[in-house]
Design a protein around this ligand. Structure first.
Ligand code: PLP
Length: 288
């Protein structure tokens, strides 16, 4: 933060930063598994693309950010880590309201790896509720710029807890399934995969599922998915850097398939974690 490596407890942000006051920020999260970043280049592409489209300027180039991220992980000592890079609008030294006059800030941190689903949920599948909440429209906030506009997702999550579920899916502006708090969603029907196309963050784990499907010869399509359709799927899973590919076995009152982790979900989960050792998909961290 501001050119220094600090313990997490000392990493503090000004309350005047527009990242905090206006959610005027973009970020990305990549994970490290067994001492290797997974698909770091794709995360950097998405992050740097968002920074550019928000008309922010970073004090570092791509190579410098890469070495900062590696240093954060190496200094933290975490072999499996959740690593964020953030660019905030910052604030204006003259208190101008013009965002062009703000001094943008770069922050990165590494904390222990965390997952949307815990071990038990990964074994038996998550219980998900579909909330009536509509995800912020892409016409308002471009979801391909990874952002902290989460009030819809948090409301969806609170609704899901009220309904006795463990996490939520929210809708797009046309009433189709969109995504959940920190994840994309896939269904499998008769051996073919589908994931929502509209109003969602193009997740790197989602992209990875498409890449794995090409390798093993499965069809995967980004398209509209209805509320009823997802409950009638043979298998459902969610995808996130925070946990990878995670099975869903109940949506609202509907049991998905036979109520257990399905064979395609299991195959993709195995392949996904095996790819974490593959030098073509991962980057090593040099620990001191
Ligand atoms: N959708 C939202 C809103 C997210 O915040 C995230 C990740 O944080 C995802 C989807 C999954 O994206 P990825 O697979 O790149 O982690």
């Amino acid at each position: 933060m501001d050119g220094q490596y600090l313990p997490m407890s000392e990493a503090k942000l000004s309350v005047l930063d527009w990242g905090f006051l206006h959610s005027d920020a973009t970020y990305d999260t990549v994970h490290v598994w067994n001492g290797r970043f997974f698909r770091l280049n794709l995360h950097l592409d998405r992050f740097l693309g968002g920074v550019e489209r928000l008309r922010m300027n970073l004090p570092y180039d791509r190579e410098e950010i890469t070495s900062i991220l590696k240093n954060c992980v190496a200094l933290s000592g975490h072999k499996s880590a959740y690593v964020e890079m953030i660019c905030t609008r910052g604030s204006s030294p003259t208190f101008s309201r013009d965002p062009r006059q703000a001094e943008n800030r770069f922050i990165a941190f590494a904390v222990p790896f965390g997952s949307v689903a815990n071990k038990e949920q990964l074994e038996r599948g998550l219980h998900v509720a579909i909330s009536d909440i509509v995800r912020i429209p892409p016409q308002s906030v471009d979801p391909s710029i990874k952002n902290y506009h989460w009030l819809d997702l948090v409301k969806g999550l609170l609704d899901a807890y009220d309904m006795g579920a463990e996490t939520a899916l929210v809708l797009d502006t046309n009433g189709h399934i969109a995504e959940g708090p920190g994840f994309n969603v896939f269904l499998v029907k008769e051996g073919a995969l589908k994931t929502p196309a509209f109003g969602v963050l193009p997740g790197i784990t989602r992209r990875t599922v498409f890449d794995l499907c090409v390798e093993i010869g499965l069809s995967a399509t980004a398209t509209d998915i209805g509320r009823a359709e997802i409950k009638e799927a043979d298998e459902v899973f969610i995808t996130s850097t925070a946990g990878g590919i995670m099975p869903v076995t109940r949506i609202d009152d509907a049991v998905i398939g036979i109520g257990q982790v399905g064979p395609i979900t299991r195959q993709l989960m195995d392949l996904y974690w095996r790819k974490h050792d593959d030098p073509a998909w991962s980057t090593v961290v040099a620990y001191p």
